[in-house]
Design a protein around this ligand. Structure first.
Ligand code: SD4
Length: 295
């Protein structure tokens, strides 16, 4: 804890993402470019079944993607319900840079991406189509906790100048309703940062994270003096309390990562199984298990 630069990403596919982002930072790329390149590794990897190409589709067999990005000036860009574009995080960065808005969705987001020169392609792999056809036999919507231990990738960067930024990209919950948008493209829910305080990001059941303004709360708790680890734990406790008698409780999993201006970081999840990748100068890239409330 305490060094700069520092990169922290959700889940074990964050390892490869962090390595790419670290290389980018070391060769002089901006933090946002490093994030786009880093999480872009997960987006392009068909083995990562919750992000980008190869992501599990919605109940109509469509892969629909959510992503957002935010910089140290609090500028942000987001796309949601985007189809046919392999790197939604790169489109989100274009929304930040080249539009007067912060969010574009659906066909409008796609139109913007195409105008920006992104290529439209089929993101549904044969494996994901097969899994969808299997799912159709019972058509039961029940999110699986820690899908194969691969999930949404959220990346937080504290750069060499001490500035914070972050990004988040996902294909969302498998078998969701067509048009469903989760927490990941929503600034304040799936991702939030205040360059005076810290940055936080979420993974897990997006509905629960939106209900509690999860990532924004983690940053506010850090502002009030909590460490990143304490702030992540506090919001998970709050989410748990609000969901004890809720219909989503049986499959509820949420996890948060956070980093503060001093380079301290931490993570916490409701249930076991959540981990995150950390990269810094001294220790290189490693996977750390989040502490959790219950198994
Ligand atoms: C979502 N939080 O869309 C994202 C995806 C995820 O477990 O992390 N799923 O709800």
């Amino acid at each position: 804890n305490g060094t700069k630069p520092l990169i922290i990403s959700t889940w074990n596919h964050g390892l490869a993402a962090n390595d790419e982002a670290w290389q980018q930072l070391k060769s002089g790329a901006s933090a946002l470019d490093a994030i786009v390149a880093g999480v872009g590794v997960s987006e392009a990897d068909p083995k990562v079944r919750s992000v980008g190409y190869g992501g599990l589709p919605d109940r109509e067999g469509k892969v629909t993607l959510d992503a957002c990005i935010m910089d140290h000036k609090s500028d942000c860009g987001s796309v949601s319900f985007l189809q046919g574009i392999k790197h939604p995080i790169a489109v989100a960065k274009k929304v930040l840079e080249d539009t007067p808005h912060v969010m574009l969705t659906g066909s409008g987001a796609l139109q913007f991406a195409l105008e920006q020169g992104f290529k439209q392609e089929n993101l549904l792999t044969a494996k994901s189509e097969h899994d969808w056809r299997e799912w159709l036999k019972k058509s039961k919507y029940e999110p699986v906790i820690n899908i194969e231990n691969h999930d949404t990738i959220s990346m937080l960067v504290l750069d060499a100048d001490g500035n914070l930024s972050g990004g988040c990209t996902t294909s969302g919950a498998a078998w969701k309703m067509h048009g469903r948008v989760g927490d990941s493209p929503i600034i304040g829910a799936g991702l939030f940062l205040d360059n005076e305080v810290g940055a936080a990001a979420a993974t897990g059941l997006g509905e629960a994270i939106v209900r509690t303004a999860g990532s924004a709360m983690v940053v506010e708790l850090m502002r009030q003096g909590m460490s990143p680890a304490e702030a992540c734990k506090e919001i998970v406790e709050r989410i748990h309390k609000k969901h004890i008698n809720h219909k989503d409780m049986s499959y509820l999993q949420v996890g948060f990562i956070a980093v503060n201006k001093a380079g301290e970081y931490g993570g916490y999840s409701l249930r076991s199984g959540f981990n995150y990748a950390v990269t810094d100068e001294g220790s290189g890239t490693r996977l750390e298990d989040a502490t959790f409330k219950m198994t």
